[in-house]
Design a binder for this molecule. Structure first.
Ligand code: AMP
Ligand code: ZN
Length: 460
């Protein structure tokens, strides 16, 4: 298998540390809001990576953290007047619910930073003891000038870092790239006790502690979105190297952005749609399909039309399975040469740095075999079994029994209600038409009467 390694800028053959095992860590959400559909790209991609390794016979340990200590969480909880821990755990729970709704298989461990405070403090103490960190007025910083290899992951060099727009001026720091390990708290902020007084840890230490706790000093793959390469992953790596002299992970893997109108979708830019909102209008499978039809490293534009197209594509697969009455078939099968060849193509695609776009193209080919009425039924049935087998590797067809077309059906129901409202209006039954509008509004569905008819939308 080839994996593109951010640390070396090239595709490398994957060699696990322990034969047959994969130890994978991907950065999870910072829980100060519902996660957005850009975050979903990262969560879905690492879910697929994990599923693919499992399909290839690896014993995978997948850890995804939940960052529940962070400046933005503190700021938002204060703004909304909700106690910090209650606020963070509300959005952490929402994250788990939405991940489930997206069909993401629960990682083996989902630690929260607050559960690792003692270990985080111990790491910072060790860094100070080794001369890699210094305390100033209750803050603790990592001294990047002490680590000659600092910048190796992102290619950034200390000399290039001017105190300025990107690195906020902080007179307490010795070098612009020095980063916070511990931050003294201000009045009103949540506090944890430490040898440096009351405060909280920096984000970069949390992930080092949680990943090493479950996966060991050096593990196979560390991942996240491309925005995390610098400073987050660079700073994680720096701490690990300072302690052990070894890399934190052998492969660093980063997904590209989901953009909206050419800009990164992000909570801080306030140009985002939550996964929760999008799931009201599109099925989890269509969202998965939308992302997987592009290579994970390419940027992708948020585009409702393409999500609609994805909806039709997954609907088409499901229709084929219905036609062949897949649920009545037993799972075992012996694929013929053609299906074996298609499975090999699927693998070749995924082996090449998780090229899910190629893998999806193979699913289409298999689908056309199911649809081909010239073929004998057993062959079409076997093609259906192959479609489900490989589709499941990408996370599709998890629950074929359940009426997963529900989002589509609920759209049809809304259209139907709008039709009845139009009839009420035609009958000049204004009371009924107003009642329908008000009842739909109470369900979060807004109607707009336009010259060309009624338009409806979910309330933002
Ligand atoms: P955060 O909650 O901001 O810490 O992000 C959680 C994960 O989502 C990280 O791996 C980010 O790199 C990733 N991420 C954030 N925004 C985007 C985006 N627009 N497209 C793809 N991945 C993203
Ligand atoms: Zn992290």
């Amino acid at each position: 298998m080839l994996i593109y390694n951010t640390a070396t800028h090239k595709k490398e053959t994957f060699v696990p540390i322990e034969a047959g095992k994969v130890k994978l860590y991907a950065c999870g959400p910072t829980v100060y809001d519902f996660f957005h559909i850009g975050n979903a790209r990262a969560f879905l991609f690492f879910d697929v990576m994990r599923r693919y390794f499992e399909y290839r016979g690896y014993d995978v340990t997948y850890v995804q953290n939940i960052t529940d200590i962070e400046d933005k969480i503190i700021a938002r909880s204060i703004e909304e007047g909700i106690p910090y821990d209650q606020f963070a755990s509300h959005y952490a729970d929402a994250f788990l619910q939405d991940s489930k709704a997206l069909g993401i298989k629960p990682p083996h461990h989902q630690p929260r930073a607050t559960e690792f405070m003692a270990e985080i403090i111990a790491l910072i103490e060790e860094l100070i003891k080794r001369g890699y960190a210094y305390e100033v007025e209750g803050d603790v910083y990592f001294d990047t000038s002490k680590l000659p290899e600092y910048g190796s992951l992102s290619g950034k060099r200390i000399e290039d870092q001017k105190v300025g727009a990107r690195v906020a001026e902080n007179l307490l720091k010795r070098n612009p790239t020095d980063f916070t390990l511990w931050k003294r708290s201000k009045p009103g902020e949540p506090v944890w006790q430490s040898p440096w007084g009351e405060g909280r840890p920096g984000w970069h230490s949390e992930c080092v502690v949680m990943s090493q706790h479950y996966l060991g000093e050096t593990f196979d793959i560390h991942g996240g979105g491309v925005d995390l390469v610098f400073p987050h992953h660079e700073n994680e790596l720096a701490q690990a190297r300072a302690i052990s002299g070894k890399p934190l992970a052998n492969y660093w893997v980063h997904n590209g952005f989901l953009n909206i109108e050419g800009e990164k979708m992000s909570k801080s830019l306030d140009n985002f749609f939550t996964a929760r909102d999008i799931l009201r209008q599109h099925s989890a499978e269509a969202i998965r399909f939308f992302f997987l039809s592009k290579h994970y490293r390419s940027p992708i534009d948020f585009n409702r039309e393409i999500i609609e197209e994805s909806e039709r594509a997954v609907g088409n697969f499901r229709q084929s399975l219905k036609e062949i009455d897949f649920l009545s078939l037993d799972e075992s099968f012996e694929p013929n040469d053609q299906l074996q060849k298609l499975e090999a193509e699927f693998q070749a695609g995924m082996d090449d740095d998780f090229n899910s776009a190629k893998a999806i193209a193979v699913l289409f080919e298999i689908n056309s075999l199911i649809r081909n009425r010239q073929l004998p039924t057993p062959e079409r049935q076997n093609a259906a079994k192959m479609l489900v087998k490989l589709g499941r590797v990408l996370g599709f067809f998890q629950n074929l029994e359940a009426a997963e077309e529900l989002p589509d059906q609920s759209k049809q129901l809304i259209e139907l209600i709008i039709k009845y409202r139009a009839q009420a209006r035609a009958d000049k039954n204004w009371a009924l038409s107003d009642l329908i509008r008000a009842d739909l509004a109470a369900l979060g569905i807004e109607l707009k009467d336009t010259a060309t008819g009624v338009e409806w939308s979910y309330k933002e």
